[in-house]
Design a protein around this ligand. Sequence first.
Ligand SMILES: [Zn+2]
Length: 105
Amino acid sequence: MITRRSDLSQDFLAKQAAEIRARINKYQDRARIKDELRQGDVSGYIIHKQTNVVPQLEKALERLRDGSYGICSKCNGSIETKRLELVPGADICMKCIPTKTKRTF
Ligand SMILES: [Zn+2]
């Protein structure tokens, strides 16, 4: 299967790559700080970020390298740039966010 390449500008992609790397560093820093402190409920937050967010961000860096960054993995459409700015590791667009993460009745 050929992955569709995103039509995002090189400037935007470079900005996102920098942002993603900064976020990964930030979470890794926090983990190191946590190691030193070993206390409080901050640890749950860090573990959450480390187990969920960091791998997501690393995948986003891979997509930046292979050119598929910004493409929704579900509908193959473009992910909204506003969403990418807020969630640099996003791999699905707003329309494809599972409804189960919203309120279920
Ligand atoms: Zn989509």
